[in-house]
Design a binder for this molecule. Structure first.
Ligand code: ADP
Ligand code: 5GP
Length: 190
C-alpha cells in the first residue's frame, strides 16, 4: 500500500486572534504533527524560551542567513524579521510527516507560490478589531506602540480572509477549536 504523503498546514491570523492558543491545543491532539520553529529578530517575551517558541537571533545573523539562502520564506512582520528554515521543511517532507506552520499573510503567499495546493491555509478570524485589541492588551506582552502597529496591520490582514482555503471564527474558543480540529483531521486523513 502507498504511504500517505505529509501535509503542509499553515495557520494565519492577525496578531491576537488566538492562533498560538489554538495551535497549542492542536499539538496535544495531533502528536504526529510537527510544528516549524521559525527564526525571528523580535524581542523574547516573558515566558518564552529560545528554541521553543522561536529561535531568537540578531538582525545581523538573520540577514546573514538570508544571504546564505537558509530560509524557504522570510518576511518583515510588525517591524521584525521572521523566517522559516529550509532544512526543517525539506527534512520533514522527505520523511512524510505533516508539518504545521504559523505564518503571516506574506509567508502564506510565499508558501502558496511554492507549494500550490499542497499547502493548506487556515485563517483564524477574530470577532472584531475591538476584541482583538482587548486580547492583545490582556495578553500584556507588547508595548502600546506595538499593539497599535499590530492592530493597523490586522485591518489589512482581515481583508485577505477569503483568499485562503478555510476560515475559522475564534469568538467562542471551544467552538473555534472544535471547528479547527475537524479541518485538521480532514486534511491529515487525505
Ligand atoms: P496570537 O497567537 O494569534 O497572537 P494568542 O493565542 O496569543 O494570539 O491569543 C491572544 C490572547 O487572547 C491570549 O491572552 C489568549 O488567551 C486570548 N484568547 C485566545 N482565544 C480567545 C477567545 N476565543 N476568547 C477570549 N480570549 C481568547
Ligand atoms: P508574534 O511576534 O506574535 O509571535 O508573531 C507575529 C507574526 O509573525 C504572526 O502573524 C506570525 O504568524 C508571524 N510569523 C511567525 N513566524 C513566521 C515565519 O517564519 N514567517 C512569516 N512570514 N511569518 C511568521
Amino acid at each position: 500500500m502507498e504511504s500517505k504523503k505529509g501535509k503542509i498546514i499553515v495557520i494565519v491570523a492577525p496578531s491576537g486572534a488566538g492562533k498560538s492558543t489554538l495551535i497549542e491545543r492542536l499539538k496535544k491532539d495531533f502528536p504526529g504533527l510537527s510544528e516549524s520553529i521559525s527564526c525571528t529578530t523580535r524581542p523574547v517575551r516573558n515566558g518564552e524560551t529560545n528554541g521553543v517558541e522561536y529561535n531568537f537571533i540578531t538582525k545581523e545573523e538573520f540577514e546573514k542567513r538570508i544571504d546564505e539562502n537558509d530560509f524557504i520564506e522570510w518576511a518583515l512582520v510588525h517591524g521584525n524579521y521572521y523566517g522559516t528554515s529550509k532544512s526543517f521543511v525539506e527534512s520533514g517532507l522527505s520523511t512524510g510527516v505533516s508539518l504545521l506552520f504559523d505564518l503571516d499573510v506574506q509567508g502564506c503567499d510565499s508558501f502558496k507560490n511554492h507549494y500550490g495546493s499542497e499547502a493548506v491555509v487556515i485563517f483564524i478570524e477574530p470577532p472584531s478589531i475591538e476584541e482583538l485589541e482587548k486580547r492583545l492588551l490582556s495578553r500584556g506582552t507588547e508595548s502600546t506602540a506595538t499593539i497599535k502597529l499590530r492592530i493597523e496591520n490586522a485591518k489589512n490582514e482581515l481583508g485577505r480572509k477569503s483568499d485562503f482555503d478555510y476560515a475559522v471564527l475564534n469568538d467562542d474558543l471551544e467552538k473555534a477549536y472544535c471547528e479547527l480540529k475537524e479541518i485538521v483531521q480532514s486534511i491529515t486523513e487525505r
